[in-house]
Design a protein around this ligand. Structure first.
Ligand code: GAL
Ligand code: CA
Length: 349
C-alpha cells in the first residue's frame, strides 16, 4: 500500500513539475516527429517515380516549426510479396502513416491487417484497392483519378484531330485504322481507358477499324517491341495509335524512329500522363496529344491528407467521394496548351 501511495504521489509531483515547466517556458515549441513510409509498386515506372518525387517535395514543404517530417521510400519491384515485407518493415520501423501504391489491387489483406493491428493509417494511391477492402477500416484512403475521364478526353482529342485533319485517314477509305497499346491487365486505368477512348471516338460519329492491340504493361521498351511487330504486320495502314500511357506512346514513336519511317507514313499517336518526356513529344510534334494525369495535385492531396490524418485534424476541407476517395481531374494536353503544363512541372522542381 505504502508503495502504491508513493508511486501515486511521485506521479502527481511529476505532473505538477511538468505543468509548471510548461508555464515557465511557454516560448519553447514541442516538435512533433512524423514518419512517413511510401511504397511504390515499381520504381522503374516513369509516372510513379515522377509522382513520388513530387510527394517527397510536398512532405518537405509541409514541415512546420513544430512538425518535422521524414519520408522513407521503398520499392516493391513488381512483387506483392515484397510489398508486404516493405510495409512490415516500415511499420516495425515506427512509421506513423503509410502511402501505398499496391502491386496487386486485389490482394490487400496482409497490408490492411498489419496497418489495422498497429493503428497506422494508409493512403493508397494510383492503384485503387477493391472497394470492400478500403471500407474495412476508417483510416484507409485512396488518392487517384477517374480513368473514365482520361479515356473520354483521349477519345475527344483523337476525334478532334481526325475531324480537323483529313490526312489522318491516309488511305481515304472513310475509316480510321487503329491499334491499341494497353497497360497491365487488371489495372483499372488500362481497362477503362481503352474502353472509353474507343467508345468516345465511335460515339462522335467516326468510323474506326481496330487492326490489333498489344499489352505493353505501361513500359516504353515493351511498347517499342510490340509496336515494331505491329508495323511489320500492318505497315503504313496504321493511322492511329491509342496508348494507355505516355511511356507506351513514346515506345511506339521509338519504333517508327528505329525503322526510319517518314512523317507522312506515321500514324497519329495519343498517350496519357503528361510525363516530362511525354510533354517533350507534344512539343516536338511526334505525339499528337495526351491527357494530363495530375501528379502534382495527387501528390499534394496525399501529403496533406497523410499529415491531417495523423494529427487528427478536421478533414472537412478535403473533397472526398464516399468519405475516403480523392479523385483529381485530368486535363487535355495539345501543342496549344503544352507550355502551361511544362511550367506547372517546372514550378514543382
Ligand atoms: C497509371 C499511369 C501509368 C502507370 C500506372 C501505374 O495511372 O497512367 O503510366 O504509371 O498508373 O499504376
Ligand atoms: Ca483509313
Amino acid at each position: 500500500m505504502k508503495k502504491i501511495m508513493a508511486a501515486l504521489l511521485s506521479g502527481v509531483l511529476l505532473l505538477f513539475g511538468l505543468a509548471s515547466a510548461g508555464c515557465a517556458k511557454r516560448e519553447e515549441t514541442t516538435i512533433r516527429y512524423l514518419r512517413v513510409g511510401v511504397v511504390e509498386y515499381n520504381a522503374n515506372d516513369t509516372f510513379i517515380s515522377e509522382l513520388v518525387s513530387c510527394l517527397k517535395d510536398d512532405f518537405r514543404d509541409l514541415q512546420r516549426e513544430d512538425l518535422n517530417i521524414s519520408v522513407t521510400v521503398k520499392d516493391a519491384a513488381g512483387s506483392q510479396r515484397t510489398e508486404n515485407t516493405c510495409v512490415e518493415e516500415l511499420i516495425d520501423g515506427g512509421c506513423d502513416v503509410l502511402c501505398v501504391n499496391l502491386v496487386d489491387r486485389a490482394t490487400t489483406s496482409t497490408i490492411i491487417d498489419l496497418a489495422t493491428e498497429h493503428n497506422v493509417p494508409i493512403v493508397f494511391f494510383n492503384r485503387e484497392p477493391v472497394r470492400e477492402d478500403l471500407m474495412q477500416w476508417d483510416r484507409l484512403y485512396y488518392v487517384g483519378s477517374d480513368p473514365t475521364q482520361s479515356g473520354e478526353m483521349q477519345g475527344e482529342l483523337a476525334a478532334d484531330l481526325i475531324r480537323s485533319d483529313s490526312s489522318v485517314d491516309r488511305n481515304k477509305d472513310g475509316k480510321i485504322q487503329f491499334v491499341l497499346l494497353e497497360g497491365e491487365p487488371g489495372h483499372q486505368d488500362a481497362i477503362v481507358r481503352t474502353e472509353t477512348s474507343v467508345s468516345t471516338i465511335r460515339g462522335s460519329g467516326i468510323e474506326l477499324e481496330k487492326l490489333s492491340y498489344s499489352i505493353a504493361n505501361w513500359n516504353r521498351a515493351q511498347a517499342l517491341t510490340r509496336m515494331s511487330q505491329l508495323i511489320t504486320q500492318y505497315g503504313s495502314s496504321i493511322e492511329l495509335v491509342l496508348a494507355n500511357n505516355d511511356d507506351m506512346a513514346l515506345g511506339a514513336i521509338d519504333a517508327y524512329d528505329r525503322k526510319n519511317i517518314t512523317e507522312a507514313d506515321r500514324p497519329a499517336v495519343f498517350g496519357t500522363d503528361g510525363t516530362k518526356e511525354g510533354l517533350s513529344a507534344i512539343e516536338d510534334g511526334t505525339m499528337a496529344g495526351t491527357v494530363y494525369n495530375d501528379k502534382e495535385g495527387q501528390a499534394l492531396a496525399m501529403a496533406k491528407l497523410a499529415v491531417a490524418v495523423v494529427e487528427g485534424a478536421d478533414l472537412s476541407s478535403f473533397n472526398f467521394t464516399d468519405g475516403r476517395y480523392l479523385y483529381l481531374p485530368y486535363q487535355k494536353v495539345t501543342t496549344e496548351n503544352v507550355a502551361t503544363f511544362r511550367a506547372k512541372q517546372q514550378g514543382e522542381n
